[in-house]
Design a protein. Sequence first.
Length: 274
Amino acid sequence: MAAACVCSLLESAAKAKAWSGKMPTLQGTYVQNWTLSGVAISYLKVRQSGQGTKEQDAAIQKWFAAMAAQVRAYFDAGASNPKSDAWNNHIYWAGLAVAAEGIAANDAKAFRWGMDTYKGGVDSIQPDGSLVAEMYRAQMAPHYHLYALGPLIMLAEFGETNGMHLYAEDDGAIHRLVKLCTSGLEYPTIFEKRVGVKQVVSQPYEGETLGGRCRMSGAFRMPRWRPCSRRPRGPVYDVGRGAAGVAICVTEVFLLASVDVQILPRCHDLDGAK
């Protein structure tokens, strides 16, 4: 019943062409790609349930493709300018949105575009685990490092399911970023010494505040920072008692336990897809 409701709601949004045009504001553009991430992942959770019709699938996938085209156009336009938002955490969220659409529609080119944003992200991780673009956030550096980490982890999970060993990319660079983020929560002075200002970090840590409030549809949230009641599939980075005993459950149930995230044919067989 719940799956049928999801399909019906997504079909209604698709028919209304919600969020599928060129956004008139910068914030609107960001919300567009966050929304696509949310609704596409929600769709992946139910697409094998048998509750949706072929007509609903076609309408929903066409809607996703329209949103993804807008996201790609915006960030492709900024790719030549290293000072643009095509070079910071926003491109990773865009990559997650487009990759999710690629999986939903079995669009290998879209999936590859999303995976390329992951590779660009891990290429940017410094030896100390930092991201230069997010260090520019000064007193909000931990906040934006976490905000960048969220989509990168989810992209890595998409890749792993499709035969791409992204946790090992660039000698495991993503692990350096995770270590910096978790250590920075326990010892904010790590960031303070690097950027020269006191950081805006307070305990207790909650998913709504760490990494920023995820301004998407209610269907999707960033992975929560919380004590792990069960071991998820994939890495869990325990930061110890000093940071309220939290662990980063970067492979949350919403992504791994019930979501079909494999694209067919598998993307590692599609080297010619650009």
